[in-house]
Ligand binder design. Structure first.
Ligand SMILES: [Zn+2]
Length: 390
């Protein structure tokens, strides 16, 4: 029986240089744009100036409210929501996020918290921590412009929020958290340095693969995931080695966008489950954590998803593989080689994880991402997988 829901933003605008259309698009959302920037604000440089000029041209007042240089924490969201309330942000205003997944998720969360006041802290609205409050009032509209090609946060309905004391990394989730407009200009990514391009790209690839084989997999996201991988796998090395390659940057931005749509509708799996734990306990950045875990996640799910991995293997790496086994192995080998080519770490020790952290990692891996993993993994199995990766 075929039965599904499928959710995407009202508008997706994609294209090289199309950041200049932000004024025309923003005008449909409001007259004041509260600007949330990411760590790479200086690197975007004159392109950000063009964005501000385009807003002014349409009579929109840009108001810089924050700049974030790390993955968003509870305190960051609470502070920004408070600032938005102080400036009496209301319908008729919107948030403009220009940055990576961190800046975009911060904007999404603060857009909701600015108008939902049952608690002063977003913690009470996160999944499985605090009071488990629900978002009642519709969030302020968000226009998202990604400056990296990775998380796909411009098209997801959750915002990932961290806390280090006590340690957790959880989602604020509501269909209305979807940005109203995703404006994807791949040219904004050309100044991303090779290590950021590699880690973000591996995040997108992990999202495409995990959503493709997820136990919540669905037909539309699967079709998109297949196309996303077709773009990303051949382009990532070029994007890392030649940062100004328009073709490679377009391919990666498009793949990241599709990965966000796929994960928002199909869920993820073990690599993302453990990546959240690596972020909270060992401060490993999200893309790097996903890349380290991806080959192990493919191996752990090989038994129950061999046919799917074989399909990907034939499609991406070895058209002539003559058995399902050979094609599935070609897929795993191809992904491992890609990790090596773009220089992402392959072992947990390389990202500063010691053996004594493994019990805490196992315990904190059981979030919503893990619930999409194709099969149940016991604590013993997960422990063995992580020990093997040290
Ligand atoms: Zn991810």
């Amino acid at each position: 029986m075929l039965s599904y829901d499928f959710l995407v933003p009202q508008r997706i605008i994609f294209g090289w240089g199309r950041r200049r259309e932000v004024g025309r698009l923003g005008r449909t959302l409001g007259r004041r744009a509260f600007l949330v920037c990411g760590a790479r604000r200086e690197a975007i440089g004159t392109r950000l100036d063009e964005i501000l000029a385009a807003l002014n041209d349409e009579g929109i007042e840009p108001r810089p409210v924050t700049r974030l240089s790390h993955e968003p924490e509870v305190a960051d969201v609470d502070r920004l929501a408070e600032e938005l309330r102080r400036q009496e942000a209301a319908q008729g205003d919107f948030l403009l996020a220009v940055g990576g997944g961190a800046a975009i998720d911060l904007a999404k969360a603060a857009a909701a918290m600015a108008v939902n006041r049952e608690s002063p802290t977003v913690k009470d609205y996160l999944e499985n921590v605090g009071r488990d409050l629900k978002i009642a009032e519709p969030p302020l509209p968000v226009l998202a412009m990604p400056s990296t090609a990775g998380t796909g946060a411009e098209v997801t309905k959750n915002a990932v929020i961290s806390c280090y004391d006590p340690p957790f990394k959880k989602s604020l989730r509501d269909d209305r958290l979807l940005p109203r407009i995703a404006l994807v200009d791949p040219e904004l990514t050309v100044t991303a340095p090779p290590n950021v391009t590699a880690a973000s790209g591996m995040d997108a690839i992990t999202q495409l693969i995990e959503s493709y084989v997820s136990r919540k997999a669905q037909p539309i996201p699967q079709a998109l995931a297949l196309q996303g991988l077709t773009y990303a796998v051949p382009a990532l090395v070029e994007a890392v080695e030649n940062s100004h390659s328009q073709a490679a940057r377009e391919a990666m931005s498009h793949a990241a966008l599709l990965s966000g749509i796929a994960l928002a509708n199909s869920g993820l799996g073990m690599a993302h489950g453990v990546a959240a734990a690596l972020g909270t306990h060992c401060r490993v950045r999200h893309g790097v954590a996903c890349a380290v875990m991806l080959p192990a996640a493919i191996r752990a799910n090989m038994e129950c998803r061999r046919a799917e991995f074989a399909r990907l293997g034939r499609h991406l790496f070895d058209r002539n593989a003559d058995t399902t086994n050979a094609a599935a192995e070609a897929f795993l080998r191809g992904i491992e080689q890609l990790c090596d080519r773009v220089g992402v770490p392959r072992r947990l020790a390389q990202v500063g994880v010691a053996a004594d952290r493994i019990p805490a990692l196992v315990k904190s891996s059981r979030g919503s991402s893990m619930s999409g993993n194709p099969r149940e993994l016991s604590d013993e199995e997960l422990t063995a997988i992580l020990e093997e990766l040290l």
